[in-house]
Structure formats: C-alpha cells, structure tokens
Design a protein. Structure first.
Length: 112
C-alpha cells in the first residue's frame, strides 16, 4: 500500500472517529457500547486462529450496514448506526499500519 493510500485511510479514520464521538455524545451509552464493541470486535478472529480476520477487515460489510441503516431499513435504533461506524473506524486504523496489512494477508480467507 502506498503512502498516499495510508494517508487517505488515516484521514478517513480521523473523520470516522470524530463522527462516532459525535453520535455517542448525541445518543448516549447504548451508542457508546456499540461503537466500542465493534471498534474491538474485528480483531477477535485472531483469538480463534485468525481464519476470518481478512473477512471482517473488508470495508464493504460495515459500509453496507451504514447504507441500509441510513435508508431506514433497519429502524431508528442508533447503536445499529454506531456499531458499523466503530467497525469501519477500526478497519481504517488498521489500513494505516503495515502490521495490519501483514496479518490480513497472512490470514486472508480464500475467495473460492
């Protein structure tokens, strides 16, 4: 990954973290719990062998959940919005470090 890509991921991480904090301030403890849980959860596959680490570090999954929530298809319970925000923040933070790229490559789930 190039330096420009890492800087872009870092900028996205800062934005997502700020947005998550704003949502937590506006909506309270349930939003905080969901955001923190999903900020940590993507690394849990490493505890069980790492097989799905690469899968949960793909940005499309939390992004799709954010789009579906924003379209109103998941109701209006805010933790359903802050959880994928925390998840996407985690992915963006990981993409800024070389270590995360190495782990994801080593434990990637085959496409087939």
């Amino acid at each position: 990954m190039s330096v420009v890509q890492r800087v872009a991921w870092a900028a996205l991480a800062v934005f997502l973290l700020a947005f998550t904090v704003l949502e937590v301030i506006n909506h309270g403890i349930p939003a905080l719990i969901a955001a923190l849980l999903f900020l940590i959860a993507p690394d849990l596959p490493l505890l069980i062998g790492g097989r799905y680490y690469g899968l949960v570090h793909r940005p499309w999954i939390p992004l799709a959940i954010l789009v579906i929530y924003s379209a109103g298809l998941l109701g209006d319970w805010v933790p359903l919005f802050t959880a994928p925000l925390g998840w996407l923040t985690h992915i963006a933070l990981d993409r800024t470090s070389a270590t995360a790229s190495a782990i994801a490559t080593a434990t990637a789930v085959p496409d087939s």
